[in-house]
Design a binder for this molecule. Structure first.
Ligand code: GDP
Ligand code: GDP
Length: 450
């Protein structure tokens, strides 16, 4: 287990900015508007030679919605529970405010290890704030500027002994055998992205999977504005879930956030092994749904289509047939991809979704033995010989699987450049059907022999 540091503090003190600096990629959104960052988010952090996990928490929202405030406080408390230590961040230019005191109380009561950070202290104007921070009674503050990268050496000096102590404690546990290490590698969480239009029910679904109220959900589009990831053991399968608010078209959110969110959605697809395209049964296969499914295919991800809100559907049989027809017509490139109906709200169908994700992942990783592949190729050619453009018959000589994730095949042949698209499709569809690889993108390369 790596050392985990939670960034805690009220909105706008600079948690996301520091998170981004530590994680080194723009996984979190940053904005001046308080409360943009509402959920817990984890990243792999690096500070000099130190490697650890960082959790960015939501602050106490300054908005008037009390229930939202309470929930965010609970999220903070939960992050504290998950972390080995907390970096309690203040805005040194402002000094210690009453809401900072609320956080200080939470931290004091939790008994967790706390490092106080007086952030935004790149200018002289923040000196008074740093001094005030001593008065919290949570230890000497570190003066930081997350934005300008100042004070990182001091932060390193404070973190290094904590991380070292944790590593030593872990070493005392049972030594690992090679077999354990192998099993652990196999147990690497499966990377799953849940994508879909706003209000499709992504957050509700993930909450349901997590079995706890860790993500905020609500009727308004866009409550989850970031791509965030959470690791969960879902019925015995470790999964890293990327929730994304991507593919958003509504404009409750500003332009800038809009763009970032869409690219977050795209990024989630790039991270993922399996992409779950979540559709709203009432408005399935909208343009954005098709775009993201197509993108997932082009990026070579395994795809599962899940139709949500099935609980409010009346004519289920008729609807299912219509959905399947629409799917085949609109997404021929994903032929045979699993389509499952679910209700994130009631939890119905989640077992089927789980099974479909596992199966899609397995197919995506499938390796076809070379001997079987070549027997298959002979059969395909015998059943339907390749054409002879300009009197020259294309000869298919040999096939091999060059890669997995997704499966990629190479067929050695004469005149590869003359191969018509229809014959290539015949081969791809044949591979899919004969080796039971529905729904995964299949790559086929034709190569001439030199
Ligand atoms: P969070 O809501 O606590 O996560 O805060 P953000 O990371 O979103 O930062 C809020 C605002 O403070 C943004 O405008 C940042 O650019 C700004 N900010 C963050 N760190 C610093 C810093 O070290 N110095 C200064 N001057 N501004 C900062
Ligand atoms: P997101 O924008 O994709 O994250 O969508 P949310 O999870 O916030 O859900 C949007 C709305 O749809 C909320 O009002 C949810 O309660 C509702 N919702 C989500 N899943 C279901 C479902 O399976 N059935 C019904 N009836 N409503 C749902």
């Amino acid at each position: 287990m790596t050392f985990t540091l939670a960034l805690v503090g009220r909105p706008n003190v600079g948690k996301s900015t520091l998170f981004n600096r530590l994680v080194g990629k723009r996984l979190a959104l940053v904005d001046d508007q308080p409360g943009v960052t509402r959920d817990l988010r984890e990243g792999a952090a690096r500070l000099g030679d130190l490697e650890f996990t960082v959790i960015d928490t939501a602050g106490l929202e300054e908005a008037t919605d009390d229930s939202l405030q309470g929930r965010m406080r609970r999220l903070t408390e939960r992050a504290v529970g998950m972390a080995d230590a907390c970096l309690f961040m203040l805005d040194a230019r402002v000094g210690v405010t009453p809401s900072d005191q609320v956080f200080a109380d939470i931290l004091r009561r939790s008994g967790t290890t706390v490092i106080v950070a007086a952030n935004k202290s790149e200018s002289n104007a923040s000196e008074a704030g740093v001094i005030e921070a001593y008065g919290l009674g949570l230890g000497d503050p570190v003066a930081l500027s997350g934005e300008h990268g100042e004070g990182m050496g001091d932060l390193h000096a404070r973190l290094a002994p904590l991380i070292e102590a944790k590593a030593e404690a872990d070493d005392d546990s049972l030594p690992q055998t090679d077999l354990d290490i192998e099993a652990e590698a196999d147990n690497k969480p499966m990377q799953v992205a849940v994508v879909g239009r706003p209000n499709a029910g992504k957050s509700t679904l993930i909450n349901r999977i997590l079995g706890e109220d860790r993500l905020l959900t609500g009727p308004e589009a866009g409550i989850t504005r970031d791509a965030i990831s959470l690791t969960v053991d879902w019925d015995g399968t470790p999964m890293r879930l990327f929730d994304t608010a991507g593919m958003r078209k509504k404009a409750k959110v500003q332009e800038k956030l809009e763009k970032l969110s869409v690219s977050d959605g795209l990024r989630a697809v790039k991270f993922a092994e399996v992409v779950v395209v979540l559709l709203d049964a009432a408005i399935p296969f909208e343009q954005q749904d098709l775009r993201i499914a197509d993108l997932a295919e082009r990026e070579g991800r395994a795809v599962v289509v899940a139709v949500n809100k099935w609980d409010i559907e009346e004519d289920r049989q008729g609807k299912l047939k219509a959905l399947k027809d629409a799917f085949d017509r609109l997404l021929p490139q994903l032929k045979g991809a699993p389509l499952v109906t679910v209700s994130a709200k009631t939890g119905r169908g989640l077992d089927r979704l789980h099974a479909a994700i596992l199966k899609a992942h397995e197919v995506w990783n499938r390796r076809v033995p070379t001997a079987a592949l070549n027997r298959w190729l002979e059969g395909m050619v015998a059943a339907h010989p390749p054409p002879a453009p300009q009197g020259k018959r294309i000869k298919l000589r040999y096939a091999t699987q060059a890669k997995t994730r997704p499966p990629g095949f190479v067929v050695m042949c004469s005149h590869p450049d003359k191969m018509p698209e229809s014959y290539r499709r015949y081969l791809v569809n044949g591979l899919r059907a004969d080796f039971d690889m529905p729904g995964t993108p299949i790559r086929l390369t034709l190569r001439g022999q030199s």
